[in-house]
Design a protein around this ligand. Structure first.
Ligand SMILES: [Zn+2]
Length: 282
């Protein structure tokens, strides 16, 4: 697996990460997308795409050139946030293939241009010449999130469930913190050597990465509990500076969403209560 200094995350670059596995970085770098969305290609003769990325003619051209005259067996997404899925329609128009994804519970934040021809269920398989790539449903960041597991290579495409450099935002009501943590526990039990996130570099030591992510979430939740105790009767936006002192104010709107996901989880556990928009310790 290509990692470290050789793992150049440059938009438009096609990197062969391992035999039968390529990554193309989309030209959409930003505060929430890191170096850009990662598009993964499994196989060289029977190819499956995981996450075509944003709608971009340049990115579609790079993907199609990389596929060449190979058979395209599937265009799959991890979830339908536009930075992962809005490139699907143009790509499928140029190279018809089964389009695989799931329908979200709530449409907010989701890409209205995405239309699946096959609705993914847990355990569904993409049959590439680099081996099977198996769907693992992982709601949490988004209700329709799927990670794609290649057992032969002991790797997992993690989409936005596990990211290279930041912790994912959880966007209720579609996103759900309890589901997110449950899905992480499921992923922790898979036999894995590598995590391939939707943004950022390849990650080694999956168990350590997952444990650190869970620790981070529970530490954040403890800060939310402390913020509630300090300022009972607050609306979520007023709790953000207290619970996210380490986050830039430009990211507060996203921090607020994840904070709300923590509040909902705390409410279920009997540790918080709400009165309209206002939250207090239970
Ligand atoms: Zn996302």
């Amino acid at each position: 697996m290509v990692t470290g200094a050789a793992d150049g995350l440059v938009p438009g670059r096609v990197t062969t990460l391992a035999p039968g596995l390529r990554r193309i970085v989309a030209p959409n770098p930003g505060p929430l997308t890191g170096p850009g969305t990662n598009t993964y290609l499994f196989g060289s003769r029977r190819v499956a795409i995981v996450d075509p990325g944003p709608a971009s003619a340049a990115h579609a051209a790079t993907i199609l050139a990389a596929i060449g005259d190979a058979e395209l067996v599937a265009i799959a997404v991890t979830h339908t946030h536009a930075d992962h899925s809005s490139g699907v329609a143009a790509l499928a128009a140029m190279r018809p293939a089964p389009v695989l994804g799931r329908i979200p519970r709530h449409s907010a934040f989701h890409d209205p241009s995405f239309h699946a021809t096959h609705l993914v269920e847990d355990g569904d398989v993409l049959d590439t010449d680099a081996g099977a790539v198996v769907a693992v449903t992982t709601p949490g960041h988004a209700s329709n999130h799927v990670c794609w597991h290649a057992p032969a290579q002991r790797l997992l495409c993690t989409g936005d469930h596990i990211l290279g450099t930041t912790s994912p935002v959880i966007l209720p009501p579609d996103g759900d913190m309890d589901e997110y943590l449950d899905a992480l526990a499921r992923l922790r039990a898979l036999p894995l050597d590598w995590l391939l996130p939707g943004h950022g570099p390849v990650l080694a030591a999956p168990v350590e990465v997952i444990d650190a992510l869970v620790r981070h979430r529970l530490e954040r939740e403890a800060r939310v509990v402390a913020a509630l105790a300090r300022a009972p009767g607050s609306i979520p936006a007023d709790l953000v500076p207290l619970a996210y002192p380490d986050v830039a104010p430009s990211l507060y709107p996203w921090a607020r969403r994840t904070l709300e996901a923590h509040l909902i989880r705390l409410e279920r556990a009997g540790d918080a209560r709400r009165d309209g928009e206002r939250w207090s310790p239970a």
